[in-house]
Design a protein. Structure first.
Length: 147
């Protein structure tokens, strides 16, 4: 650059914050033996909804602490992991191909950071297919018993 030229670049701090968060998220996930791949494989080892939810909660707990996680779905008893819910919570409704798979709610005493919410959201994406498969399997079993 010559002496008369100026480099007038501006920084978009909102974009910088998002990029920083995703870098940290990706680092957390790759530092934990590629938790997405491991979790995906683990969740596909059973067709029992309760087992799937418990496995999911144990993997999330390795990256994001929570006091309680609850999965609520129609035609199924709620599955609660943890003793007591906290003041702060986040909830995710799980759907696939217009099929309701229920909602998962995490709660704890202190607020969730944006990075923690990003991690939960990314991990929740691994839950949809195994949960749908388990629900389809249970429906097929019920149909076979009625016929």
């Amino acid at each position: 650059m010559s002496g008369n030229e100026r480099n007038d670049t501006t920084i978009d701090f909102n974009k910088a914050k998002i990029v920083s968060t995703y870098r940290d998220l990706n680092k957390s996930i790759s530092d934990n033996n590629d938790i997405i791949s491991r979790l995906t494989r683990r969740l596909q080892t059973t067709l029992d909804c309760s087992d799937i939810i418990h496995m999911f909660a144990s993997e999330v707990q390795t990256l994001v602490s929570f006091d309680q996680m609850k999965h609520e779905a129609s035609n199924q008893s709620p599955i609660t992991i943890g003793d007591k819910s906290g003041v702060h919570s986040c909830q995710y409704n799980l759907t696939m191909d217009e099929t309701e798979l229920g909602a998962i709610t995490f709660s704890r005493k202190k607020r969730f950071l944006e990075e923690e919410l990003s991690i939960i959201e990314r991990l929740a994406s691994t839950l949809v297919f195994p949960l749908r498969n388990a629900k389809l399997y249970q429906a097929a079993l019920q149909s076979a018993l009625r016929d």
